[in-house]
Design a binder for this molecule. Structure first.
Ligand code: ADP
Ligand code: GN1
Ligand code: MG
Length: 375
């Protein structure tokens, strides 16, 4: 089981490989990510001040090629540093900064093939697990749109695909069907309505990939994992400060980034809420995000991308739902879980949200047209 209790604790050797000043006074698991093992390290410097770093054990069973992933990470963050500096920003706080090992490498592989990396800890920030105000959500939308815009001229062909077919929904659907057929733990009996819900929407799965194949949607460099807790807000100014979790920065559709933010942030319930009555699409938050995202993208989106934004929201939510459900059926081997049926609960919220989007489709389209000034 991939639970919280299994956070890897043999990290001392890894810590020793990275260069920091001062002495280590605290190390503890940190954050609420579903994928990597994250630790906060605190060092005391000679003058008594402290300095903090994030250490991560990369999830090697998910990210099969850590070396190439870290090559992406270093190249993208160095590129972003230059843009941020040119805009008068603070590159140490507005992007991730990879700390090198004593050998000058961007990661360390231990004798058991665990892969570790270190980042500057961005201090005095908030990481939000849910939208607390429309303004926060608006700021996150501008920041994610702006992230895409900062990378508009990034040489996309040099990026490695860290997870092949990450947002290829037909390929995710095929994996889901395989999980249903295999049903290794006999869990499908507990999820019959959810499986039926997912299977009934097979024809939707290829809508975006088909438009991409036909050249009707542009391939851009996108983040691909734009949930709200992958942004740090400045505690003092409460501005969206830094986009983190850059493992999946790859060529993708703008609709992926838009859609993933909506599925997480515009829901009235948490991703793992068990009371489904609490889970609906908040149209007002949807509108807020649309306006921020359009602003952040700098009106670079094509008319067809704008028209397809509701489909981006629906498909990213659906896709996440089938990924959670497949993982439940496979025995919770991908997403970290913290209770029994956690992945099933997560799948249920995603499908409830999809159903609610289907009900509110006309309103979603209307909001988009109004915000983008389309007829
Ligand atoms: P995962 O892929 O498991 O989601 P993340 O890279 O998103 O891992 O990190 C998990 C959490 O750790 C984040 O949600 C955030 O709270 C915190 N975090 C990660 N990197 C930093 C950083 N450089 N500074 C401050 N907090 C960070
Ligand atoms: C994972 O890494 P994290 O926790 O930010 C997942 C996303 C899912 C998300 C669902 C690399 O995101 O694709 O949408 O969980 N990341 C990866 O909460 O699979
Ligand atoms: Mg994360």
């Amino acid at each position: 089981m991939n639970s919280e209790n299994t956070v890897y604790d043999k990290i001392d050797n890894a810590i020793a490989q990275f260069t920091q000043k001062g002495s280590l006074i605290e190390k503890k698991p940190y954050g609420n990510g579903h994928i990597n093992d994250t630790y906060l390290l605190t060092y005391e410097l000679s003058g008594g001040q402290t300095r903090q770093y994030i250490l991560q054990r990369m999830n090697h069973s998910i990210f099969k090629r850590p070396k190439l992933l870290m090559e992406n990470m270093v190249n993208v963050t160095e590129y972003l540093r230059k843009i941020i500096a040119a805009q008068g920003g603070d590159p140490d706080r507005e992007t991730l900064n990879v700390i090198k090992t004593k050998n000058g490498a961007s990661y360390y592989e231990d004798e058991n093939h665990n892969y570790f990396r270190m980042f500057l800890f961005i201090e005095n920030t908030l990481c939000l697990e849910k939208v607390e105000s429309a303004k926060d959500f608006y700021d996150s939308a501008v920041a994610f749109g702006n992230f895409q815009r900062m990378l508009v001229d990034y040489p996309a062909h040099t990026l490695h695909e860290t997870i092949p077919n990450f947002h290829n929904t037909p390929s995710r659907f095929a994996d889901f069907k395989k999980a249903v057929e295999r049903d290794p733990l006999g869990r499908s009996a507990n999820a019959k309505p959810e499986i039926a819900f997912a299977l009934a929407r097979e024809s939707d799965t290829s809508i975006l990939t088909t438009l991409l194949e036909k050249g009707m949607l542009p391939l851009r460099v996108t983040h691909n994992d734009t949930k709200l807790n992958n942004i740090l807000f400045d505690k003092d100014t409460r501005k969206a400060l830094c986009i983190i979790d850059l493992d999946t920065v790859m060529p993708g559709l703008s609709l992926y980034d838009f859609g993933d933010s909506i599925r997480f942030g515009a829901s009235t319930g948490a991703e793992d809420e068990t009371d489904l009555d609490k889970v609906t699409l908040d149209l007002s938050l949807f509108e807020t995000f649309v306006s921020g995202f359009l602003k952040g993208c700098g009106e670079s989106l094509t008319e067809r991308e704008i028209e397809m934004l509701p489909m981006g929201a629906k498909l990213m939510t659906y896709e996440c739902g089938i990924r959670f459900l497949a993982d439940y059926l496979e025995g919770d081997v991908y997403f970290k879980i913290h209770r029994e049926n956690h992945n099933l609960d997560r799948a249920r919220t995603q499908f409830k949200l999809v159903a609610d989007m289907e009900k509110k489709w006309t309103d979603m389209e209307k909001i988009i047209r109004q915000q983008a000034g389309l007829k």
